[in-house]
Design a protein around this ligand. Structure first.
Ligand code: UDP
Ligand code: MG
Length: 316
């Protein structure tokens, strides 16, 4: 019988774990597969780890990886993925927003031959502005990278073991799993779901977290921002030349050749100040964009791991 592994990143989810454990178990029984559950405790400061250890005592399918601190959502997923011993793995959040009821269908599609079954949210709990911004982000990321990223895509997905092995060989420090898996290719199929309700706790992703995660996607998967700088530079240089021709060179020419001796030459300081401010701010933006890439090269060359394991106890 085929074996499915589950990886759950857990950061202060004490109120959701019991139901998650029970529902995933039921879904696996329904799908008639053997399974292992890997709970990755990501530096929780509530009782999450104690609850997971309790599951481990009474259920041989359960194992856990306890990280030395919080390594972020992607860090916890990576830690769990390195410990999988199964034919396929499903990653899902521990807060019940990823419905376990979808598991049998995901497994079914995998058994039909799909290597990746990804999911997209049909509804959302986002305020209007955040919703529009996220929608625009996925559109932009698709345009810049040349790959198709679906709006509402989450890290609730099934991947076959061969995709997992290829994924684990990707050495990037700034992980953006949804884009890395899209980049890998293989036979992929999407399913949509209605986002479930968190029983307790709040989302841990602040706007700042989302912003930096979003930048990882863009700067990790596209060189276009760098090209955009050169392109903007060329366009601005063209406009500046035209402007200088019209406002300065032509009047000078007309004056010194006496074609139009009364022509007014433009007051210098105003145009100069405008041009200096404009070019100054453009150069700062350009430096910032180059800085984003350099920061990523810096992080990569340090070669630090994405997570550190304090202790673990996997299922039998
Ligand atoms: N999570 C984590 N580390 C973090 C933030 C979140 O391990 O720093 C876990 C969290 O416990 C949950 C999943 O990642 O299982 C998704 O987090 P959350 O619900 O806060 O994100 P959202 O659904 O709002 O994107
Ligand atoms: Mg959530």
């Amino acid at each position: 019988m085929k074996k499915i592994a589950f990886v759950f990143p857990v950061y202060n989810e004490e109120g959701n774990l019991e139901i998650l454990h029970k529902e995933v178990k039921l879904a696996c029984e329904k799908a008639q597969v053997t399974y292992e559950m890997i709970f990755v405790n990501n530096g929780s400061c509530d009782n999450s780890l104690e609850i997971i250890k309790k599951f481990k005592h009474s259920d041989s399918h359960v194992g856990y990886v306890n990280l030395s601190r919080n390594f972020g959502h992607q860090g916890a997923l990576c830690a769990g993925l390195t410990k999988v011993r199964a034919d396929a793995v499903i990653t899902m959040d521990a807060d019940l927003e990823h419905p376990p009821s979808l598991i049998p269908e995901m497994i079914q599609l995998w058994q039909e031959g799909y290597d990746v079954v990804y999911t997209t949210k049909e509804n959302h709990h986002l305020p209007f502005f955040k919703y529009k911004l996220t929608q625009f982000y996925y559109w932009l990321l698709s345009k810049l990278s040349g790959f198709t990223f679906h709006f509402g895509q989450s890290d609730f997905r099934l991947i076959d073991n061969k995709v997992l092995q290829a994924l684990l060989l990707m050495p990037e420090y700034h992980k953006f799993l949804r884009a890395q898996i899209t980049w890998l290719g293989f036979r992929q199929k999407g399913l949509s779901y209605h986002i479930g309700q968190r029983i307790t706790g709040l989302s841990k992703f602040s706007f700042k977290n989302l912003f930096s995660f979003g930048l990882d996607g863009i700067f990790g998967f596209s060189h276009y921002p760098l090209r955009l700088i050169s392109l903007t530079g060329f366009i601005l240089a063209g406009f500046s030349l035209l402007y200088m021709l019209k406002e300065i060179l032509i009047p000078f020419f007309l004056k010194i050749t006496n074609i139009d001796p009364n022509i007014e030459l433009p007051p210098g300081w105003l145009t100069l100040a405008g041009a200096v401010f404009f070019m100054g701010s453009f150069q700062l933006i350009a430096l910032g964009i180059i800085g984003e890439y350099i920061a990523r090269i810096f992080d990569q060359t340090k070669n630090r791991p994405n997570f550190v394991i304090k202790d673990m106890d996997l299922s039998q």
